[in-house]
Design a protein around this ligand. Structure first.
Ligand SMILES: Nc1ncnc2c1ncn2[C@@H]1O[C@H](COP(=O)(O)OP(=O)(O)OP(=O)(O)O)[C@@H](O)[C@H]1O
Ligand SMILES: [Mg+2]
Length: 356
């Protein structure tokens, strides 16, 4: 059964539609991420769920309970929603100790003293902060401060944890570590997570499902696997993971790359419904292109125009006529040298109408 349900949720700021008719069901204990370019409406959505922002239209439910509805002029105040929240900025109070930061929301809720102590200590233990409980959070690192924010959100024993880029101010190693910590805490406490991030790897690693949004409009809601492997459209393909687009045209029963290259091999024939167009994009992932031998007729001819050693992988730029295609191979795979002619096989081509 769904736990958080958004029905036709729309938010307008003047002429800007920040979120457009969003329908969403998030399950109990699910980790759900929202991805999309800056300004696509992620934070606005989270703020509406939290109760900090009114809706222009639509309704939000938790379980069977209505929590926001402009039509019925009903808004459950944020403090009654039992949601934990952690945002990008380290919103900790430096004049209070770590312990008091975590206990504060419990004091606001006027819980009995023994209960406050139990919950605060439990949250501090879960986030490895018990030993610095009496310190000021001002003395902690960025990761430490974010842990305090997380502990404070945990202490209220939330049904839903709303996380808006909680790790983006941390360095890459710490981010990765805290990603797993958040997942462990979710398993332990059982809350559902709505997670906003710019970081695809983070969304992939954490989430049961991902929503990809563009200008307030949902593009796809799927598992990380399906968002990557079965993108709903060209935008999702280009937004998730690395992508190449080769502009091609269909003429007289053959496919030609724009910019003077010879006809593409028969292996690169667009699906029937895409033929007859003179503007098509052949989309591919750099890791899903192979270098094949010179006598492989199915391979597209090109010339290596850049070759960069990135450690585990080698990153190639291959010129196809006037266009370029990026190819990535493991450092142990044999590949051509800079300036060398080569042939490419697209292992998993996707076709989209229109020029890139
Ligand atoms: N209080 C506001 N008043 C007017 N416009 C707003 C307000 N808050 C957000 N917007 C607009 O709504 C749109 C969505 O903004 P939002 O902050 O939700 O995007 P976001 O996806 O969180 O972006 P980012 O990745 O940069 O954090 C933007 O066009 C933004 O300018
Ligand atoms: Mg935002």
């Amino acid at each position: 059964m769904s736990h958080v349900r958004l029905v036709n949720v729309t938010k307008k700021f003047g002429d800007v539609t920040a979120v457009n008719a969003l329908n969403l069901e998030i399950g109990k204990g699910e980790c759900f991420s929202m991805l999309g370019p800056s300004g696509c409406g992620k934070t606005t959505t989270l703020r509406m769920v939290a109760g900090f922002e009114d809706l222009s239209e639509g309704e939000i439910y938790v379980g069977e309970r209505l929590i926001s509805s402009p039509k019925r002029n009903y808004y459950l105040p944020p403090e009654d929603r039992n949601f934990g929240m952690v945002f990008q900025a380290f919103a900790v109070w430096p004049h209070l100790s770590v312990y008091e930061n975590v206990a504060w929301p419990l004091r606001i809720r006027k819980l009995p003293a023994a209960e406050i102590e139990k919950r605060a200590k439990d949250a501090l233990r879960s986030t490895n902060l018990l030993k610095v409980a009496d310190d000021s959070p001002a003395n902690l690192s960025g990761g430490g401060k974010q842990r305090v924010a997380l502990a404070r959100a945990l202490a209220i024993n939330p049904d839903v944890m709303l996380l808006d880029e909680p790790l983006s101010s941390l360095d890459p190693h710490l981010r990765e570590e805290m990603r797993f910590e958040i997942k462990d805490l979710q398993r332990k406490y059982g809350f559902c997570i709505i997670y906003v991030t710019h970081d695809q790897a983070e969304a992939m690693a954490l989430s049961d499902r991902i929503l990809v949004m563009k200008l307030g409009v949902v593009q796809q809601i799927d598992t990380p696997f399906d968002v990557y492997n079965k993108p709903a459209n060209k935008f999702v393909f280009s937004f998730i993971g690395l992508s190449n687009f080769l502009n091609v045209a269909w003429q007289d029963g053959r496919t030609f790359a724009h910019g003077g290259a010879a006809a593409l091999p028969a292996s690169l024939t667009p699906p029937e419904d895409m033929r007859g167009r003179d503007a098509l994009a052949l989309a591919s992932r750099p890791s899903e292109i192979a270098f094949v031998s010179e006598d492989d007729e199915g391979g597209l001819r090109g010339v290596v125009s850049r070759k960069a050693f990135l450690g585990e992988i080698i990153d190639y730029q291959v010129k196809i006529g006037e266009q370029e295609v990026r190819v990535q191979k493991g450092r142990r795979d044999p590949g051509p040298e800079l300036g060398e002619a080569c042939r490419l096989r697209f292992l998993r081509p996707f076709w989209y109408a229109g020029k890139e």
